[in-house]
Design a binder for this molecule. Sequence first.
Ligand SMILES: O=C1O[C@H](COP(=O)(O)O)[C@@H](O)[C@H](O)[C@H]1O
Length: 222
Amino acid sequence: MTRLVIVHPDAQTLAHATAARLITRLIDLQSQQESINLALTGGTIGIATLAAVAKNPACHAVDWSSVHLWWGDERFLPSGDPDRNETQAREVFIDALAHVNVHPVPQANSVHEAAELYAEQLPEHMDITLLGVGPDGHVASLFPGNPALRVAGRVVGVENSPKPPPKRVSLTFEAINDSREVWLIVSGAQKADALRDPSVPAAQVHGTDTTLLLADVAAVAK
Ligand SMILES: O=C1O[C@H](COP(=O)(O)O)[C@@H](O)[C@H](O)[C@H]1O
């Protein structure tokens, strides 16, 4: 299994370098397989990275029609709400692509129903899962100490998230750790404590083939 830590000088460079890495990896994978399952992340650096993919001149070297976009987590909000990870990804990234396959977390009456519906749609495994890391060490919507961490299955409905909104839907450790590649993208000094804490959710995730920690200098300062 490949495990790499790659450090860039600042958040902007991190976003652009990760975008270039992602484009290159997707093009490589397309020479080996018919379709690609890619799980997106929300969050500050996650959305900045997606914006950098759309702005990269090589973006259209990817055959997006064979790429399936999923989400590692979603905020339980109405479709189109500006705080939904899907809405933010559409604005900066997806709307710039032709013919990509988009699989948002479905609307439902409860987080648990949405989680069940999404679990039925998910592929067997992701090729690449992108994850941000919160200052408390959360990944996707798996927050330290939340009962959702212990729920069996591949997708979980999350209640009482300490970060608004309180209701969310998240891939579980089981689904994340089934991904061939897991890329953690982390920027800023407020993440430095989380990155050195082996007890937080961010320390519990890995890919089956490759785990990348892509960070800026401030995030790895400790
Ligand atoms: O709420 C969320 O937060 C995390 C991290 O966000 P950041 O703004 O601290 O970078 C993100 O990974 C997750 O997808 C999102 O729903």
